[in-house]
Ligand binder design. Sequence first.
Ligand code: GDP
Ligand code: GDP
Length: 437
Amino acid sequence: MNKGILCIIGRPNVGKSTLFNRIVGKKIAITEDQPGVTRDRIYSEGEWLGNHFTVIDTGGLEPEKEDTIMSNIQKQAQVAIETADVILFVVDGIEGLTSTDREIANILRKSGNEVILAVNKIDNPKNGSDVYEFYELGFGEPMIISSEQGLGIGDLLDEVVKYFPKEIMDSEEDDLIKVTLIGKPNVGKSSLINNILGEERVIVTNIPGTTRDAIDSYFKYEENEYVFIDTAGLRRKRSIDENIERYSVIRTLTAIDRADICILVIDALEGVTEQDTKIAGYAHDNGKAMIIAINKWDLVEKENLTYREFEKSIRETLGFMTYAPIVFISALTGQRVPKLMDLLNIVNNNYSLRISTGVLNDIINQAVLMNQPPSEKGRRCKIYYGTQASVRPPTFIIFINDKELMHFSYERYLENQIRTHFGFSGTPIKLEFRQKG
Ligand code: GDP
Ligand code: GDP
């Protein structure tokens, strides 16, 4: 599923974070247990009428020391313009229109993005008539809200969800396999994209009427149609200051949200960084398929074992995704890029693989015979049967007598048994236990 992205923007103190908290509710961001990546509540999940989306409070991005309010807002606006499907521009109904509001409006108007204007702090609906001055900003009729009182939020979200990319969810674009390249700056992501799109074996065309991103990043390889997510930013390099870690992290996370398959690009000379591990963990937790590409392999002095040593150290660092295939490439020379593309096809097949209920239960029964499920205080965990509920990633529901009795280690064991038979290379698989009887 492709999640929409909402960015909240506005000058300080207009109530952006109050609104953000209103929209994401009391619900704790799913990413919050990953310290460092998205611990700060500037990035969270929201839901309205069945639409799941990502909310970003650009105001929560820390300014750099030398930033003035305006230069900081410009950076925030740029994040919003590059990432959002719809921008929520918040102004302060008590303070009224200010020159900073006008400047933000100018930037947003030029961008051509979809913008919804919200006049906040109208705690008493009777004062709604005071908002006429805001028409001047040129975004039509402002939505009147009070983030603190929770007024007008429903109407606002009704408006917001209209702009989310529904057509991507249920149109022909859904057949496109979405791929995102992740990895630190200068690891060779743009070079790799250019190399792949320049391959003779791929067909690169523009698909009319599709999203911004699709335009310069679509390719067809054998039977599969792919699109690189967030390529625009990468290829043009026009992007915001990549030195500001936070900005690039947000972009990366949103690109992962939208992707089916992630290619984690690692610099052969530097190995896996801490940030790589965190980002890979995010992709894993969100059920994305994964290929690990060790780039700049041409620069490595090779001895017989280099390969395996490298592989071993990566397997250790990224122990939670042993399913991800590793390929040693050079985006510069094109070495093994065709192999990477074959892997894309293979991983995509595995990501969508379905096992019949009969075969799955044969595997489960055999697994249980070889190694009994855990027991506690004389009660043994009983597995009744399993069935595959969905794909992308493959998700299995397994009915058991008591969820309390299932252990993580046994889950691992079952997963490994399924993998022994079907491989599922490149894709996480999920086991969900349900209690029955
Ligand atoms: P931000 O800097 O734009 O993120 O603004 P905050 O969310 O931190 O809010 C700034 C101040 O405005 C805080 O003191 C809030 O309590 C207050 N505030 C936010 N929303 C409302 C509102 O709807 N009504 C009123 N009266 N105050 C609000
Ligand atoms: P990005 O920031 O991840 O998009 O990285 P770029 O694609 O811009 O590459 C950064 C630098 O690394 C450029 O100077 C590339 O020419 C160089 N580079 C990328 N891939 C390779 C490679 O496989 N081998 C070598 N030797 N250099 C590479």
